[in-house]
Each structure stands twice: as C-alpha cells, then as structure tokens.
Ligand binder design. Structure first.
Ligand code: PLP
Length: 668
C-alpha cells in the first residue's frame, strides 16, 4: 500500500494542513505513528467492508497521555499540560507548603468518568481486533471542569482551558455539516482523532463535532463548550441532537458506509430520527435493525427526559413526529424518555452487568424479553502497570501472550505453587507502591503501610464518606492492628449540590483524623483524572468500592485494580456480584434483594460502615502478616488473593466484552 501523505490528505481533508500540520503529518508518519493503518481503516469504512460499525458516545476517556502517546513537532502548549494539584490531608504542613507536581500532557479532555473511560477502552479494543469502526463524539471546547479545593470547605469548579488546534493527534477537517432545526440551522466543524491499536497496525477514527464556528451565533457556538453542562433545557436537548443527528449527518458527509449504529447510552438516541427521517414510514422497521443500544443507567431518574413542548419548539415538525411515534412516556404521552426512544428503535438492548440486567428488566418489564446483559471490561494494555506487565511477560511460557489474548491471564493461577513468582509478584507490587511514595513524597506516605484508595465520581449512591462514619474506630484500628493510609479523589458534578456536601464531609473527617500518632494518614487529591487513576489503581494495596446496591450499573475502576493484583474491598453491586465467589478481597454490606427501586434512596451508612470496618480489620490483620522484620512470607494468603485478582482480569476486560458484543449484539 502506498503510504504517502497525499493519499491520506485525499481521504482526510485536513484544514490548515500547510500552515499547521505539515510538520506532524508527512511521508509515512502521523504524529509519530504510521500512516498505513489509518489508510487501511479509512478504506474499510469508505468501501463498506464487511462488519463496519459506528459507535456513538457523549464522552471518551482515551488515556492519550499514558497510552499510544502522539508526538508533535510543536512544543506542548501550557494549556495542554496537566496542572499541579493541591492535596487536602491530615498532614497539614505539607498541604500548605507544597502542591502535587504532575509533569504530563493533558488527556484529551472530553470525558467525565467511567462512561467515557469505557467508551475509550472499547474503541481501543476495536482497533486491537481490527474491527472497522468509526467513533462519534463531541469536541468539548472547555472540557468537563477543573476541580479546585476551597480550603476545607469543598470544591470550586473552575472552567478549564485547552487548545484543540495544538493538541497532538487531533486534526480539524475542511468538512462542516449543517443540522437543520425548526427555526435555525446549526453548523458543526468535524475533527478527527485516530485511536491506534496496541501493535500500531490498525486505527479507529474518532469524529468529534464542534459548534464553535463562525457561521453560528454566540449561543450556538457555546453548545459544545462543557460536557454535561448547559445553561437551560434547550442547551441540553441541542447537545443530544448534535450528538445523535449531527453525528449521523457527519458519518454520511464523510462517505462512510456503515452496517450498524451502536449507541453507548441513550444520549445519542436521536441518531435513529436522522436515519428514519430519510425513509418513508414503511421502512422504519427495517431501519431499527441497524441500531443497537447499551444502557448504563440503573436509576429511573438517570434517564434523559424532555417535554413535548420543548421538542416542538426546537426540532423540525417531521422529526418531532418520529420521536412521538417511538419515544414518549407518561400518562399523556407528552414526555420524551431517551431510554424508551433508544429501546423502541433498536434491534438490541443491553445492560452492562448481570445485576444491572436484572434491575433493568424489573424497571422495564415490557422489554424484559429483549434485554441482554454484557458485563463491562477494561482495556488491560492501558490499565496494567508496566512493572506487572513486565513480570507476567517473564512468565510467558506458563501464561502465554496475554497482551493479545487477556483471557490467558487465567494461567497465572498455575504459578500458585511457585515461591519465586509469589515473591516476585509481591516485590513488583512494592515497586509500584514506591512510585506512589515518591509521587507523594512531601506527604511522607510509607511503602510498608496498608494503603487503601477510594477514587471515582463523587455521587450520593457511591457513598464516598462511608469509611469516615466513625473516625474514632478507624484510629483505634490503626493503633491496634497497624497503620493505615487512605487516599481519596473524585469530582462532584457542579450542579449536584448533594455530592458537593460529600466533599465537604470528607474534608471535615480528614480534619478530625489526627491524634493517631501518625498511624492514620488520609489524603484527598484534587482534580481526579485518568492520569491519577492509572497511578492509584496499580499502586495501592486495597481498592475500596462501596456503592449502595443496586445503584451501580457496573463500575470499572475495580477491574483496573485487579489487573494489577490489587485486592477489592467492596459491596456487592455491579460487576462485583459476578466475582463474589472469587477470593479477590472482601465483600460486605447490604445485599439487594431484587425489589424495584423505592422512592427515596436509603443510604444505610450506619450498618454498612460497621460491616466495612469489620471486613477492613480482617484485611489489615492479613496484610500485616505478609512481611515481618523484612522477611517476606511467600505463602501468605494475601499473595494468593493477588493472583486470583489477576486471574479474574481474564474475564473483566474489553477483549472478552467486545467479543460478546460481536456474538450477541453485532452478530459477526
Ligand atoms: C475508571 C474511572 C472511573 C470509573 O470509576 P468507577 O469506580 O467505576 O465509578 C472514573 N473516573 C476515572 C478517571 C476513571 O479512570
């Protein structure tokens, strides 16, 4: 295949090529990566090869600063670098004098949390498996938001700035498209970003829609500013119309011939409206066969809803007619529920864990026969740390090439009787931990102290403050059994005032947690992101996850931790239910009995925190048996559990997940 840039430029009409991109895209290279795989992927999509898929998602967490990092000839702009973060801890002196130095590029800032990371891990896996897939999303000009701590009073959301025009690997296209609405048109610039496979031999184009163009008026230019934030209902609706209908128009404008449209969450449900709008009503049934829908929301209140009058004000009458036909709920049928629209207009509906599948069937009994469950996963090449990966590589004769086939990680259990491996695994974990100790050196974190982490989006149902219900008990445990270090991180959505109070709660608890002679150290890290996540999931001893069942559809952060041999301390919800019979840690707390959601959420702080402390005590005792006076007890049951964790990563990864999508949803 001819790998010259003129061929690439013929396929991908790059805006400002001569003035800006010539230095980064030339001969055979694209920001330091080979051009050939891009051409191959583009050709497959343009020619309508077998099994082409379009994938729609509101957000993408691609880990662009830690995996397949593009290089640019331009120096990295300061706006495209991560900033130093503050820490709030009970080691106060360090907080006042130092901030956490982070020297890394910014991750493409178009995600907020787990949903985006899942989308990113999915498209990376599609690239690894050479599936011709085109991903569609939005270029959020101001990202999500930057979290700033406000002394100990909570979080102050700050607007974030980044520069798409100099972001390595991201290119604007000449193409602009037009989304026609009732009273106005919205123009959208298309951008492209290529997600390469781990072997750099295939690529997935991600098409990002951007309303910040001169053809639009001021208000329309801001529609693609901030993820999950708009000034009003119209803004929220327009963002979804941009993703669904705009995304569909973009795929057509680019000439991609696609066999299937996969909607990652209901945000993109209007894609069907765009497609069906080109057909006569007799063709609607046939059109539905092109759509597949993945639901990520277990909570009824979590589904996107819009009133009919809002739709009628914004959308073209003929488009509103299609929505009315397929998406309405409520006694008078005057509320659009995007979940209903997506379910009624797709050939396949799936939940993201077995438990979530059960919950969804209860919630939507009329659809229960059509709801399947495909448990989420994580992209192991992104989330497994370098040292663990290297250790397992050195045992490839037993384990096999787990990079190409993570299901082989099961074979780690064959090494259970090998004291050399057991010792090496422990030492490798300690090597990871020492990187964390170095990262947090000002806070005098210790390598020989049990370290627990809770890090994810701060939302009420995730119960971030559960472990702080009884600080005196924590102190007593730390003094009696052995010291504890607790790391915290997470952003609260700026409009979620309840979540905001949790950050405040946690900070107050940290403030109160002194007087344990240094045996209890708690740090809360500012501005949680993928970069910090990668460090935490591989460098701590215990991953704490305590959502209130059954509110967690899946959860994925624990899957990243098990890939690194990090033990779980978790309630039984989401993916964890499927691993409950495996010795990968301790499970505790309230068990959901399968009733439908009650009106108010009862958080069960009292009973579940007690159960948490009891489980933690057991884990602490076991942890402090591993190494005594510098001698490692290689037969420690803790090391068995670490191996069980890695072995479970054979299932909880996106290779297994994407293969399941192929078999059960995409049918190829
Ligand atoms: C994996 C990940 C999440 C998801 O965490 P859960 O515990 O599954 O909710 C959120 N944010 C970031 C940055 C992540 O990497």
């Amino acid at each position: 295949m001819a790998n010259n840039p003129s061929k690439l430029i013929e396929y991908v009409r790059i805006k400002d090529y001569d003035s800006r991109y010539r230095a980064d895209i030339h001969d055979d290279t694209y920001f330091g990566f080979p051009v050939g795989p891009i051409l191959e992927a583009e050709q497959a999509l343009l020619s309508g090869a077998k099994n082409t898929v379009a994938y729609f998602s509101m957000e993408y967490g691609l880990a662009t600063n830690i995996y397949n990092v593009f290089k640019s000839a331009l120096p990295l702009k300061s706006d495209n670098r991560l900033s130093d973060n503050e820490i709030f801890s009970n080691d106060r002196i360090a907080d006042y004098l130092f901030s956490l130095k982070i020297d890394s590029a910014l991750d493409l800032p178009i995600y907020s949390g787990g949903l985006g990371v899942l989308a990113g891990d999915t498209v990376k896996t599609a690239a690894d498996l050479k599936i011709p897939l085109a991903a569609v999303g939005i270029l959020w000009n101001k990202g999500y938001f930057k979290q700033r701590f406000w002394f100990k009073f909570g979080q102050l959301p700050e607007e974030m700035r980044w520069d798409p025009a100099t972001f390595p690997g991201l290119i604007p296209l000449e193409d602009k498209i037009k989304l026609q609405l009732r009273q106005r048109d919205i123009y959208l610039r298309l951008w492209k970003y290529y997600i390469f496979s781990k072997d750099k031999d295939f690529a997935v184009p991600l098409i990002l829609l951007d309303s910040n163009v001169e053809e639009n008026d001021e208000s329309a230019r801001k529609l693609t500013d901030k993820l999950y934030k708009s000034d009003d209902v119209d803004g929220r609706l327009l963002q979804r119309l941009i993703l669904g209908m705009g995304g569909m128009i973009a795929l057509e404008a680019l000439g991609y011939k696609l066999k299937l449209y996969h909607l990652n969450e209901g945000h993109a449900a209007f894609a069907f409206v765009q497609k069906a709008g080109q057909m006569s009503p007799e063709k609607y049934e046939e059109t539905k066969k092109l759509f597949c829908y993945t639901c990520h929301t277990p909570v009824p209140a979590g589904h996107d809803r819009f009133s009919l009058s809002d739709l009628e004000r914004v959308m073209k009458p003929e488009d509103t007619e299609i929505v009315k036909k397929f998406g309405m709920e409520g006694r008078d049928g005057d509320v659009l529920n995007l979940t209903i629209l997506a379910m009624n207009t797709s050939r396949s509906i799936n939940a993201v864990s077995q438990k979530h599948g059960d919950v969804m069937k209860l919630q939507f009994p009329a659809y229960s026969g059509r709801i399947q469950a495909i448990t989420n996963g994580v992209h192991s090449s992104t989330w497994m740390s370098g040292p663990i990966s290297k250790l397992l590589d050195s045992y490839q004769q037993v384990i096999g090439d787990f990079h190409s086939d993570p299901t082989l990680l099961k074979n780690v259990l064959k090494l259970k009787g090998d004291p050399d491996f057991r010792k090496a695994l422990w030492l490798t974990h300690q090597e990871n931990k020492s990187a964390l100790v170095k990262f947090l050196d000002r806070w005098r974190i210790r390598e020989d102290v049990l370290t627990i982490c809770w890090a994810r989006r701060i939302a009420a149902y995730k119960r971030p403050s559960l472990i702080f219900q009884d600080i005196e008990r924590l102190k007593d445990m730390a003094n009696r059994i052995g010291p504890i270090q607790i790391l915290y991180a997470g952003k609260a959505h700026p409009n979620d005032s309840l979540a905001f109070t949790y950050i405040n709660d946690i900070m107050n608890s940290i403030d109160k947690a002194d007087g344990a002679e240094g045996n209890l150290k708690i740090l809360m890290l500012e501005n949680y992101d993928i970069y910090i996540a990668k460090m935490l999931v591989s460098c701590v001893d215990v991953w704490l996850n305590n959502p209130l069942p059954p509110y967690e559809a899946s959860g994925t952060s624990g899957m990243k931790a098990i890939a690194n041999g990090v033990l779980q301390l978790s309630t039984l919800d989401g993916w964890v239910v499927e691993a409950a019979d495996k010795p990968i840690g301790k499970f505790f707390g309230y068990k959901d009995t399968g009733e439908a959601f009650s009106d108010g959420m009862v958080l069960r702080f009292e009973e579940d925190s007690k159960a948490l402390y009891a489980s933690l005590e057991e884990m602490m005792s076991s942890y402090y048996e591993i190494s005594k006076n510098g001698v490692i007890n290689t037969s420690s049951p803790w090391i068995d559990m670490m191996m069980e964790c890695i072995s479970e990563a054979a299932f909880f990864n996106t290779y297994r997940m994407v293969q399941e999508y192929r078999q059960k949803v995409w049918n190829f």
